[in-house]
Design a protein around this ligand. Structure first.
Ligand SMILES: [Zn+2]
Length: 342
């Protein structure tokens, strides 16, 4: 396959690039026509200096970088303030946003072993500081519906769960997907001045009607498309076209590509990543089809576009043929407007 190019300049607003991965990331961007990448996981609020050096240094025009929280001393009464101060220092050093991964709600725990709830007031100082600094937060809450449903031969994502058994979240002691999403939405409602970019189509691409209701209800909620093209692509293209047009100012193009000097993760980490990355035809056979599928989904009305991430669903996608002005917003303009430093 030839190298695909997006129809307009584009920023991938959802990537994970390791500290040794900047060169490979630039090569990847040049190969698939991307202007910049937002590295969501460049460090933590207490340890971002290396990330700043790599992604904010000589390559600052190709990257934006974000930091995660550090849950190490959660029981310390000063935890919230320490995290907020760390965030402020990171933002002053150039960080574009705060990012939190699915451990918030599913993994981060108090010393007692109890899970930290997403809407626990201990996090309020962090949310308030985000609002004050004018930086958004990328928030990942719960996972695909199938990961929260019983593990069985008929689970829709069985193959993916076989590769990642630790992603089975239907277990005693873990909240349901709906409890997690409701807790996230309470935080969004409680902090109207702060922008929340709810990744993976607000972690509910299975039900775009509900996501639309949320976007109506919470003007400070944004979404990205990362690693959910397959879920979006199974819905009726006209419905998804209307969804994108209606919320054209609130959607960011993102892929969830992961990069180091040794591998490229195409939406989902796989045991074969390192092996395939070494192949001479890696770009033609893997990288190009992956990006081509996502560009075609947004830009064309093609039927039967091959899945960008077959392990997340090996069914064809139906393109939603967005108008040029909407495409420009989703590819680049919304990210530039919302994220400082781009
Ligand atoms: Zn991600």
């Amino acid at each position: 396959m030839n190298a695909p190019k997006p129809r307009f300049p584009a920023i991938d607003a959802h990537t994970h690039i390791e500290l040794d991965g900047a060169e490979v990331a630039i090569d990847t961007m040049d190969a698939v026509g991307l202007d910049a990448m937002v590295n969501l996981t460049a460090g933590t609020v207490l340890d971002f200096q290396e990330g700043q050096k790599v992604f904010g240094g000589k390559h600052a025009d190709r990257f934006a970088w974000c930091v995660k929280l550090d849950f190490e001393n959660l029981d310390d009464p000063a935890w919230g303030k320490t995290q907020a101060d760390g965030l402020e220092a990171a933002v002053k050093a150039g960080a574009s946003a705060l990012k939190e991964v699915k451990r918030l709600g599913l993994g981060a725990r108090w010393e007692s072993g109890e899970l930290l709830k997403i809407d626990d007031p201990v996090l309020d100082p962090v949310w308030e500081r985000c609002a004050k600094l004018g930086v958004p937060m990328f928030i990942h809450t719960s996972d695909p519906l199938a990961f929260h449903q019983p593990l069985s031969q008929t689970n829709e994502r069985l193959t993916e769960l076989q590769a990642h058994p630790d992603w089975v979240f239907q277990k005693p002691g873990l909240p349901s997907k709906y409890e997690l999403l409701e807790a996230r939405n309470r935080v969004i409602e409680r902090h109207p001045k702060m922008k929340f970019i709810c990744v993976h189509v607000a972690n509910f691409p299975e039900d775009p009607v509900t996501v639309a209701l949320w976007l109506e209800k919470y003007p400070n909620m944004y979404i990205d498309t990362s690693a959910r093209f397959v879920e979006m692509g199974r819905h009726h293209p006209e419905m998804m076209h209307n969804f994108f047009v209606r919320f054209q100012d609130r959607i960011l193009f993102g892929t969830d590509t992961g990069i180091s000097s040794e591998h490229i993760m195409l939406g989902v980490r796989m045991p074969s990543d390192e092996e395939f990355f070494k192949r001479e035809d890696f770009k033609e056979q893997f990288l190009y089809p992956y990006f081509s599928s996502m560009y075609r989904y947004l830009e064309t009305d093609d039927y039967y576009i091959p899945s960008s991430t077959p392990i997340q669903g090996n069914w064809p996608l139906h393109g939603i043929a967005l108008p040029d002005d909407v495409l420009k917003k989703i590819y680049i303009e919304n990210a530039r407007r919302i994220l400082p430093g781009l």
